[in-house]
Design a protein around this ligand. Structure first.
Ligand code: SAH
Ligand code: SF4
Ligand code: F3S
Length: 477
């Protein structure tokens, strides 16, 4: 899963509580909702479900928490500092609540699930705590708070996929949208809190996914990203009614094809792929469809087999290399990105060197890199000592980051002199004289505005120069 907190503070911050400009679909109840999200794209996507449930109840959304009647913070527990950021933010809500005692403050998402009702004791200003599978209960929980009590629902579900809820698109550029295709995770990587905060893995009905993609396409969107913690294990077996013919199980490759068939003009991306599950069938499907972007996020975590085993990743260095080789063979132009953790329990200097050599082997286009942060309740916290000193974790992280900078530059330099199909996503952050969008491999491309082409259209851009992460070019006809 693309995890946003670390990469781009700017991205994160620029999105917080923004652009909640959808008008209520039902009758207004005169109350305003503010919601801000942390963590992975799944959380941002869930906030759109929450907004949908509450706009149906007559809430209007606002970008300013100070004028809100209900303030929600959709939280992440992945690392200690992700939780710290949320706690700091809650402090900032205190003065707003002091001025407006009727204001309801709610904690949603992974931290809510992890801490449950403890949250109410720890943070006095919080009125409601809601886990990721309980958002349908929000209207009822808000009623409870209105009646003067605190409210908690952190039940996890084996079925909930919110399949029937059309998300209200928050902060949207009107061109790219995320579609959740599954929830939860069954993998139990030893460092990871997600299986505890998100519950068991379940896949969403493919028909509802295709319907959502089709709806988005007709609404002018030109790119969808299919989201899940481990999209390659997507599997939907229709419930068969008696007397009816069995329809076949849909796997991730089948789903990709179904979504790609919505229109050749609709780009399809996905995240995250797990190295143990990504199949050649998925790779061949990607190769077959021009509109499935040639980009795979394939988190390696470590380049050393012993560490991978301790992490319970269920693949080793050779397996990972085999998957990378398969990608290069079947989709030679494919971009690959990764996640890396430095200083996991007992990691030695030599084992760290193997992560660096893996990076040299793959030469990733991008990477999200973290120092290991022990999470309470995880297998690693129970079984292994967090024994790599903080400064060693940080130094290893710096080495990994420096290496990645070289490789990102190498990849983007390779795009110079070539022509790229780019979907115009909007104006560049720096200047409204420039458009920006991404190429197939997910690299950001910036080029001068040409009034013949509008946001949401595809153009061919010749790469002329680059910075460390961005390709700069011009439209060619
Ligand atoms: N499902 C995705 C991961 C989601 S979490 C996957 O399997 O790839 C995003 C990333 O956060 C992980 O890939 C991992 O690199 C990092 N991460 C997770 N737990 C962590 C921890 N305890 N300390 C440091 N980084 C962690
Ligand atoms: Fe966490 Fe592993 Fe599941 Fe990813 S696959 S969410 S890292 S347990
Ligand atoms: Fe995502 Fe953070 Fe939860 S990465 S799944 S919001 S712990």
């Amino acid at each position: 899963m693309l995890e946003l907190t670390h990469t781009t503070k700017t991205h994160d911050e620029s999105r917080q509580g923004e652009a909640l400009e959808m008008v209520a679909t039902g009758k207004s109840n005169g109350r305003k909702l503010y919601i801000e999200s942390y963590g992975c794209q799944m959380n941002f996507s869930d906030s759109e479900i929450v907004a949908s449930i509450l706009t149906d109840q007559g809430f209007e959304t606002t970008k300013d928490y100070k004028e809100a009647d209900v303030v929600f913070i959709n939280t992440c527990s992945i690392r200690e500092n992700a939780e710290q950021r949320v706690r700091n933010r809650l402090k900032e809500f205190e003065s707003a609540k002091a001025k407006n005692p009727g204001m309801i403050v709610g904690v949603l998402g992974c931290m809510a699930e992890r801490l449950k009702s403890k949250f109410l004791e720890e943070e006095k200003l919080v009125d409601v705590v809601v886990g990721p599978d309980a958002y349908r209960d929000l209207p009822n929980l808000i009623d409870k708070v209105d009646d003067g009590s605190k409210a908690v629902n952190v039940l996890l579900s084996r079925e909930e996929t919110y399949a029937d809820i059309s998300p209200v698109r928050l902060n949207s550029n009107g061109v790219s949208a995320f579609i959740s295709i599954m929830r939860g995770c069954d993998n139990m990587c030893s460092f990871c809190v997600v299986p505890f905060t998100r519950g068991r893995e379940r896949s969403r009905d493919p028909q509802s996914i295709v319907k959502e993609a089709t709806y988005l396409f007709h609404a002018g969107y030109r790119e969808v990203t299919l989201l899940g913690q481990n999209v390659d294990s997507y599997k939907y077996t229709p419930v068969v009614e008696e007397g009816k013919e069995t329809s076949a199980t849909v796997n991730f490759a089948n789903l990709l094809a179904l979504v790609a068939d919505v229109s050749p003009e609709l780009r399809v991306r996905f995240s995250t792929s797990h190295p143990k599950d990504i199949t050649d069938e998925v790779l061949y499907t990607m190769a077959r469809y021009e509109n499935i972007c040639k980009y795979i996020h394939l988190p390696v975590q470590s380049g050393n087999s012993r560490v991978l085993e301790l992490m319970n990743r269920t693949y080793d260095r050779e397996w990972y290399i085999d998957r990378v080789d398969a990608i290069r063979r079947i989709i030679p132009e494919c971009g690959i990105s990764t996640d890396v953790i430095t200083g996991f329990c007992t990691e030695t200097e030599d084992e760290h060197q193997e992560t660096l050599s893996m990076m040299d082997y793959v030469k990733y286009d991008f990477a999200y890199m973290f120092a290991y942060s022990e999470r309470p309740g995880t297998l690693a916290a129970k079984r292994y000592e967090d024994d790599v000193p903080e400064e060693v974790k940080k130094r290893r992280l710096t080495e990994v980051v420096n290496k990645q900078q070289e490789h990102s530059l190498y990849r983007v330099q390779n795009f110079v002199g070539k022509t790229h199909k780019v979907l115009i996503e909007g104006f560049s952050k720096r200047s409204d004289q420039d458009y920006c969008g991404r190429n197939d491999q997910n690299t950001m491309v910036v080029f001068p505005v040409d009034p013949r082409y509008k946001v949401g259209q595809y153009v061919h851009v010749l790469g002329e120069s680059c910075t460390s992460a961005t390709l700069i070019g011009r439209i060619i006809d």
